[in-house]
Write a protein that binds this ligand. Sequence first.
Ligand code: G3P
Ligand code: CA
Length: 356
Amino acid sequence: MFNAIGRVCCLALLPLAGLAQASQGSELAKAQGMAYPAVIAHRGASHDAPESTAPAYRLARELGADYLELDLQRSRDGVLVAVHDDNLLRTSDVAERFPERQGSPVSAFTLAELKLLDVGSWFNKAYPERARASFKGLKIQTLDEVMAIATANPQRQPGLYIETKVPGLFPGIEADLNKALQAGGWLDRPGRVVLQSFDRNSLALLHQHMPQVPKVLLLWVGKGSIEPASGQTFAESGETDKAAFNARQQPKDKAEFERWLDYAKADGAIGTGPSAALAGGGAQSYADLVQPWMNQLSHDKGLLVHVYTVDEPVDFRRVLAAGVDGIFTNRSGPLLRHLARPSARSEAQILSAEGY
Ligand code: G3P
Ligand code: CA
């Protein structure tokens, strides 16, 4: 999975000050069998197709992403599925299909019930400029289905980057995931799967079940993660602009940031997944945890840095120069172009060729 071409291209794009860090990062990635710099397709190519659906993952694979990212949850009858939110309201027609359970978690639905939901039409309404008739009626994907997509094209074989989402709702999901990955032969090659969580307990359980698989502790500033300098939550601040509030947040001090790097190591992680402040702000812009000193400290502790969630060239440039080793992105195409690994086909061409 280590990408020598990507490394050369990335190094060429960096200012001199970043070269030493890039070299540290590329060596750490190589030791784990991981791509460098890693292009992680966040919920698939989710700018151009509905998140966590077949076209989003097929498009990311064909563009050449290194990893397909997914948020893992479990149906009432024990099937692992890719869903991000704590409930199904934002991305499905659950309110029409199951009005009495519309706010319920994924664990309240059997797989057969989940498969009745339309998880494509919301995207057409939210993003009419990217809408496609074929997105209407798309289905929730099981982990097995995402695995099948990842291996369907022998020329394009992305890895999987799997987050245990709200793991407190799914006791035993770490063991279930281990079984599924073993059964699919996914653990045979180092670095083909990366596991991630915001939840330290879940990360430790993942490590217990799969000690040999690279793991990443996701970081943010706020409740349950790094303590903020402001000492306030958004609600306590009384402010109205959440993105602006988030972007101003900082760790309480250097020692607090370092404490979380040490937690990551103690929990068995080989890297962290920090948030970033984005030039244009917006809902994906959070506390900036990829300042050069932070990435340097992480590398010095032997930890890789994979930042979430970055979609614009101005931000690609900034976070790469600051020393990150991989990027979660909804827009794999532009990131691959930025890294001089462009797809020969556009997103629209690929989606059409894939039948969407
Ligand atoms: O998993 C990295 C990033 O995806 C974390 O944020 O909320 O998009 O899962 P979220
Ligand atoms: Ca995620």
